[in-house]
Write a protein that binds this ligand. Structure first.
Ligand code: UDP
Ligand code: MG
Length: 307
């Protein structure tokens, strides 16, 4: 059985067409399937529309209590899947549902645990594409996994991988990266990409930055290491400067020391700046640790419609 999980946040314009295309795509696959829509606290008529799909053709609708973000929404869908292969996809028709059979086929033929996808000819505006490119490069560095296109959510996962992702109770998650912890055999296939069918993107620069920080802090201690090296270098520099000042003062007398006052200020500001930078990064980690230790649920399901 194939499970399709779709996070939905204010997508009323896209849902009817999405449902039509999904159903025909899944029909060509000719396998038993279920579709799980997750309503991530939409404020438009999305929930109502999805409820009208519920029950027919194995559609279930997870209603969350508020907006938890795309990745938590997918995770809540993961927590109730029944299929052995789980496909995720966006609701805005940027990921064509017609690609699902290809993903499933690639997974089964190559016996893969995760099949990712690379968007050919991305049709997003430039201001959306550049941050994605940065995210892609950073993610590759952080996870050490050479996947080309991390942002594309059109992906297939084996059930075992999905179950393990649900078990790892991190609050801040980035699903494609999390999956790499639990899967050994991964591949990616090219898929087409379209413009958003209706509505506007739910991501802005702020949200993207926060997602990137989640990714960075939950998958690596790299920033902390940078701090350590930076701190060490600064401290060494400081010590040698101090030694130099003492020597110069001894050689050239008290006047020389007086002229050095402004240099000293400059140096001081430099160090204070470094310190604040360090504190900021530490603060990010501490904040995230605090978030995790509170152990609040990643999502709260209000109701599941349709069985
Ligand atoms: N989404 C969500 N919760 C959010 C933001 C987005 O469930 O808080 C869903 C959204 O409905 C869509 C998918 O995540 O199905 C991707 O969002 P969007 O298309 O806005 O992002 P972009 O394509 O610009 O990366
Ligand atoms: Mg989109």
């Amino acid at each position: 059985m194939i499970s399709v999980v779709i996070p939905v946040y204010n997508e009323e314009k896209n849902l009817p067409l999405l449902m039509d295309r999904l159903e025909s795509a899944l029909r060509t696959l000719g396998r038993s399937h279920e579709i799980i829509f997750v309503d991530d606290g939409s404020r438009d008529r999305s929930l109502e529309i999805m409820e009208s799909f519920a029950g027919r053709n194995g559609v279930r609708v997870v209603e969350l209590t508020r907006n938890y973000g795309q990745h938590s929404a997918i995770m809540s869908g993961f927590s109730i899947v029944r299929g052995s292969i789980v496909v995720t996809l966006d609701a805005d028709l940027q990921n064509p549902p017609e690609e699902i059979p290809g993903l499933v086929r690639a997974m089964e033929e190559g016996d893969y645990e995760v099949v990712g996808s690379v968007r050919q000819m991305r049709l997003d505006p430039l201001y959306r594409r550049i941050p994605s490119r940065i995210v892609n490069v950073m993610t590759r560095r952080i996870t050490g996994v050479r996947m080309t296109d991390w942002g594309c959510m059109l992906r297939a996962y084996r059930r075992e991988v999905v179950d393990r992702m649900v078990e790892s109770e991190e609050y801040a998650t980035f699903i494609p990266a999390l999956a790499t912890l639990y899967a050994k055999r991964m591949t990616e296939i090219p898929v087409t990409h379209s413009e958003r069918h209706g509505g506007v993107s739910n991501y802005n620069l702020g949200k993207l930055l926060s997602l990137q920080f989640d990714l960075l802090t939950s998958f690596s201690e790299f920033p902390l290491k940078v701090l350590l090296y930076l701190g060490t270098a600064l401290a060494l520099g400081g010590v040698s400067l101090a030694a130099m000042l003492v020597v110069m003062r001894l050689l050239y007398g008290p006047e020389w020391g007086g002229y050095g006052v402004f240099t000293l200020f400059a140096i001081l500001f430099f160090f204070v700046g470094g310190l604040f930078f360090a504190l900021g990064i530490m603060g990010q980690y501490v904040g995230r640790i605090y978030h995790e230790v509170r152990k609040r649920p990643r999502f709260t399901i209000r109701r599941v419609h349709g069985g």
